[in-house]
Design a protein around this ligand. Structure first.
Ligand code: CAA
Length: 291
């Protein structure tokens, strides 16, 4: 099946990156959010991130202009009706996602493929809330979307082969590489990454190291581009906690218990870069460790 028009639900960190890469690859993109401000901010950010690529000579000024011209925005979910592929990248809460799919489905054409950028929620369960579980799958991007090469493709129990092959073709067209995962809690990347981040928070909690020593040990000792605590701030500590809870509940193994210090940061509203404070305080440049 040929995909021409793509709907992106959610204009946050992931949604704006997804709109960016699809528009650059030549797809018509319709981005939806409940907030006009969020849509406007997303367009400003896409413009700035495209500029970065122009200044580093990754794309031309014409590519940038053409990509921006392919993105339109809407506050109405129903406007996504005539799209061929929908990627939901709303808040990582199952009730929110399920409500969006329930509102959206009556407006969709029968051929439209529905996907979710969820980082950990069961694709099979989300699919069961729609009228098309066989045309539903996980389409999981990494942050920052324009830079990271991977897309995890997750088949729910009912996803058919044609849907999977169509999504695989789309991943190739946007110039990324797919990795297929079965539908188990947190899939592949987060099943491995989040316990590492959680262990870094335990290492801090138990006083084995400071924020700086833990991050520089992992950066310089294992060649990671960011230390685990810096990366946690980049992803969002609320997202990290939500994924640990999905692992803990979904696999019923105490090895996935979220570190109480991670919970405390989230309770404080210190969610990382997006709130200017997490394991680092970003109100100062360079950021200062908060412990
Ligand atoms: N849009 C476009 N280009 C961007 C960009 C964006 N949002 N952010 C960075 N870039 C580009 C820069 O322009 C730069 O381009 P060149 O290579 O052409 O110079 C390149 O990316 C590197 O950026 P910087 O020089 O600004 O900074 P850096 O070298 O420190 O790299 C980073 C930044 C790419 C984020 C790097 O630190 C990194 O790879 N960090 C790890 C990121 C990671 O692990 N992401 C996955 C998180 S897990 C996830 O997302 C899944 C989940 O469900 C939680």
């Amino acid at each position: 099946m040929e995909i021409r028009k793509v709907g992106v639900i959610g204009a946050g960190q992931m949604g704006n990156g997804i709109a960016h890469v699809f528009a650059l690859a030549g797809y018509e993109v319709l981005m939806n959010d409940i907030s006009r401000d969020a849509l406007d901010q997303a367009l400003t950010l896409i413009d700035a991130n495209l500029d970065r690529q122009v200044s580093r000579e990754k794309i031309s000024a014409e590519d940038k202009a053409a990509a921006l011209a392919r993105i339109t925005t809407t506050l109405k979910l129903a406007d996504l009706g005539p799209t061929d592929l929908v990627i939901e990248a709303a808040t990582e809460r199952e009730t929110v996602k399920a409500a969006i799919f329930e509102d959206l489905v009556p407006h969709l054409e029968p051929h439209t493929i529905l996907t979710s950028n969820t980082s950990s929620i069961s694709i099979t369960r989300l699919a069961s809330r729609t009228d098309r579980p066989e045309k539903f799958m996980g389409f999981h991007f990494m942050n920052p979307v324009p830079v990271m090469q991977l897309v995890e493709l997750i088949r729910g129990i009912a996803t058919d082969e044609a849907t999977y092959q169509t999504c695989l073709g789309v991943v190739e067209r946007i110039g990324k590489t797919a990795s297929s995962s079965e539908d188990f809690p947190a899939f592949i990347v987060n099943r491995i990454l989040m316990p590492m981040i959680n262990e870094a928070v335990y290492t801090l909690y138990e006083g084995v190291g400071s924020v700086s020593s833990i991050d520089s040990a992992m950066k310089l000792g294992t060649n990671h581009p960011m230390g685990p605590l810096e990366l946690a701030d980049f992803i969002g500590l609320d997202t990290c906690l939500a994924i640990m809870n999905v692992l803990h509940e979904g696999l019923a193994d105490t090895k996935y218990r979220p570190c109480p210090l991670l919970t405390k940061y989230v309770e404080a509203g210190w969610l990382g870069r997006k709130t200017d404070r997490g394991f680092y305080d970003y109100r100062q440049d360079p950021p200062v460790p908060t412990r």
